[in-house]
Write a protein that binds this ligand. Structure first.
Ligand SMILES: [Zn+2]
Length: 65
């Protein structure tokens, strides 16, 4: 049924990358946020998340998504 090889957990730790400014972190900081778009997680660092929240509140079109 499922012949896709599951991704091994822990063997390839991926740093978290802010999808807006490209900042990276070893693990997801509590101050970061992410949204799920088309099964892909988009992470946002703290300053970008703040900006993004303002965009959501202003109902601006997030063209950079
Ligand atoms: Zn950022």
């Amino acid at each position: 049924m499922n012949d896709r090889t599951p991704e091994p957990e822990g063997t390839h730790p991926r740093p978290v990358v802010c999808s807006r400014c490209g900042a990276t972190a070893e693990c997801l900081p509590l101050t970061w946020t992410y949204s799920l778009e088309n099964d892909t997680r988009h992470y946002l660092c703290e300053p970008c998340a703040r900006d993004h929240i303002r965009s959501i509140e202003g109902r601006l079109d997030p063209t950079w998504w």
